[in-house]
Write a protein that binds this ligand. Sequence first.
Ligand SMILES: Nc1ncnc2c1ncn2[C@@H]1O[C@H](COP(=O)(O)OP(=O)(O)OP(=O)(O)O)[C@@H](O)[C@H]1O
Ligand SMILES: [Mg+2]
Length: 309
Amino acid sequence: MKVLEVKGLTKYFNGQKVLNDLNFGLNEGEVLGFLGPNGAGKTTTLRIITGLYRPSAGQVYIAGINAVANPIKTKGLFGVCTQDFSFNAHYNIEQDLYFYARLYGLSRREALEKARYSLEWAGLLEHRRKNGDHLSGGMRKKILFARAMINDPPLLLLDEPTTGLDVRARRELWEMIRDLKSRGKSILLTTHYLEEAEQLCDRILIIKKGRLVAEGGPGELRQYVDVARLLTVDLNRQLTLEEKEWLCALPGVKNCKSRGTTVEVAFDCQPQLAGELVQKVCQKLEPLNISLREASLEEVFLEVTGRED
Ligand SMILES: Nc1ncnc2c1ncn2[C@@H]1O[C@H](COP(=O)(O)OP(=O)(O)OP(=O)(O)O)[C@@H](O)[C@H]1O
Ligand SMILES: [Mg+2]
C-alpha cells in the first residue's frame, strides 16, 4: 500500500485553477522530491494533504484512509514542517515540544521524555531554555523537524525545510532527513535546491501551474530534455565555419556553439554515440581538452517548467 496517494487533485482559488488534476503516490520508505517554480501549487497540495484546505475535486489517501473525507483520522499519520511557522512567545523550545507531544495525547511524563529525546536528536538540548524566535534559522528548522517527529508518524511532509539556510545548516538538515529515511519514514520533500533533490530523493516530481510535468529518478529525468549530453571542446584556435558545419552534421548533434576557442556541442543520448563523437572530434579537431557531461537536473527543470503550455 502507498503511504500517500494523491488522485485527481484540483483546487480553485477565486475562480483561478491552482491545482490541475494532480496525481502521484509516495511509496513506503521513499523520499519523494516535490519541485516546481514559485506559485506552482506545492504548498497548496501539502495544505490539502494535511486537511487545512479542501480540494475542489480529487482525493488524498494516507495509508489507505481518505484524508479529505476523514481528516481527523489521518492527523496522527503524518508530521509536517511548514514553509511559514511561528513559535509561542511564552514557551521555550522544550515547552514547545512538550505542548505538541501533549496534543498527540502523550502523558505528562511521556511528553517530557519525548521533548528531551527530540531536543537531543535535533542537537539542541543545550538551548532548551530559549524561545524558538531567539534561535538561528537552522536551529528553528531543526525544532520544526522535531515537532514533525513528535508522535513518530510514518509520513513526513517537509515544505522547503532548507530555504534560506547557510551551507552548513543545510547539510545538517540533510543528515537529519537521511536519518529519518534510515528509520523507514516516507518523506515528501519540497525544495528549490536541485542539488538537494539529487542528493536526497529517490524520485522527483516537477509541477508547473498545478500540473505534473516530469517524474522520475534523478537520473531518469534527462529523458525530458532534447539535449541530454554536452561535449565541451577546447582548441588552440577558433573553430572555422567549415568545421562548425561538419560538427553540426554529425549524427545526434542538436547544436553547437563556439565562444572564443571553446566549442560546446549538444547532442541526444543514444548509447555508443558519445564515444564515436568524441573519437571523431579528437581526430579532426585535435583539441587541447575535451569533456563530456550529462544534462543537469537544473537544465531539465528549466526545460520542463519553461515550455509553453
Ligand atoms: N489561500 C489562498 N487564497 C488565494 N490564492 C492562494 C491561496 N493560497 C495559494 N494561493 C495561490 O495559489 C498558487 C499556488 O500557491 P502555492 O503557495 O501553493 O505555491 P508554491 O508552489 O508553494 O510556491 P512557492 O515555491 O513560492 O512556495 C499561487 O498563485 C498563490 O497565489
Ligand atoms: Mg510553497
